[in-house]
Design a protein around this ligand. Structure first.
Ligand SMILES: Nc1ncnc2c1ncn2[C@@H]1O[C@H](COP(=O)(O)OP(=O)(O)OP(=O)(O)O)[C@@H](O)[C@H]1O
Ligand SMILES: [Mg+2]
Length: 249
């Protein structure tokens, strides 16, 4: 599907229309459409298998069976290779963290900062990461595989920042973390990035946490968006929770 240029949002960081994706001919995203403005934080909710990770991966050119329209900062990126999309300033913190377990924190950060070395101005350097996340400084020579879940998640976020992205997509960052780690790492770090004007898209299954992270939520069910609106209204909408999030009321 081609969208006439006049219909594209000029101010959106992410603009998705008529998106579908599938595996082996079976569709798992159907006619997905939403738009995220610069500086917005949006939660993507939906039960296991709803299509959250597929949607996240679609934005990065990581889904081979794909149709529809995806614009990142006004660029129609469908068909682009992942590295070219990343250079627009969008980074994925994948489900399950995506750090190299055999490398130390420092080596992980070093690798993440490699390609941006050539840029004249860089908002994030390894030194800034160590300044702002002392937790990583203390453990800089530890193998990443030996870190706690919260520390690994922090490292994964730091890696995304080192690419100099200002749109960050986090796929279930709180999964498997203790309440304390969720508070410190997820709510703390996301809150800071939100305050600094980053555009954030966060897949999150927990409704209370989604509300703490984002004012706006999208709900995916069987690959379709069934809700796009204030997260606060979701909390009181027991029928929607039961039907689309699988929560008993
Ligand atoms: N590589 C794959 N090959 C075939 N089917 C897949 C593949 N990845 C995902 N699927 C299917 O696509 C659907 C959506 O999966 P997806 O991982 O996007 O959901 P999700 O909302 O991220 O779930 P979760 O909360 O468990 O992470 C599911 O039915 C899943 O089984
Ligand atoms: Mg997922």
């Amino acid at each position: 599907m081609t969208i006439p240029a006049a219909q594209l949002s000029a101010t959106a960081d992410i603009d998705v229309r008529g998106l579908w994706a599938g595996y082996d001919g079976v569709r798992v995203l159907n006619d997905v459409a939403f738009s995220i403005e610069r500086g917005e934080t949006v939660a993507i909710m939906g039960r296991n298998g709803a299509g959250k990770s597929t949607l996240a991966a679609s934005l990065f050119g990581l889904e081979p069976e794909l149709g529809g329209h995806i614009a990142i900062k006004g660029n129609d990126v469908r068909g682009w290779p992942t590295h070219r999309i990343s250079r627009l300033g969008i980074a994925l913190v994948p489900q399950g963290r995506g750090v190299f377990a055999d490398l130390t924190i420092d080596q992980n950060l070093e690798m993440a900062s490699l390609w941006s070395r050539r840029l004249r101005s860089r908002a994030w350097t390894k030194e800034r990461v160590y300044d702002e996340f002392p937790r990583l400084t203390e453990r800089r020579n530890f193998q990443s595989g030996s870190l706690s879940g919260g520390e690994r998640q922090l490292l994964a976020i730091a890696r995304a920042l080192l690419t100099q992205a200002d749109i960050i997509v986090l796929d279930e960052p709180s999964e498997g973390l203790s309440p304390r780690a969720i508070d410190e790492v997820i709510i703390g770090t996301v809150g800071r990035l939100r305050g600094d004007g980053y555009t954030l898209l966060i897949a999150e299954q927990n409704i209370t946490l989604a509300l703490a992270l984002a004012k706006r939520a999208l709900v995916l069910d069987h690959g379709s968006i069934v809700y796009d609106g204030p997260s606060a209204s979701l909390v009181s909408n027991e029928a929607l929770q039961r039907e689309h999030l699988g929560l008993s009321g």
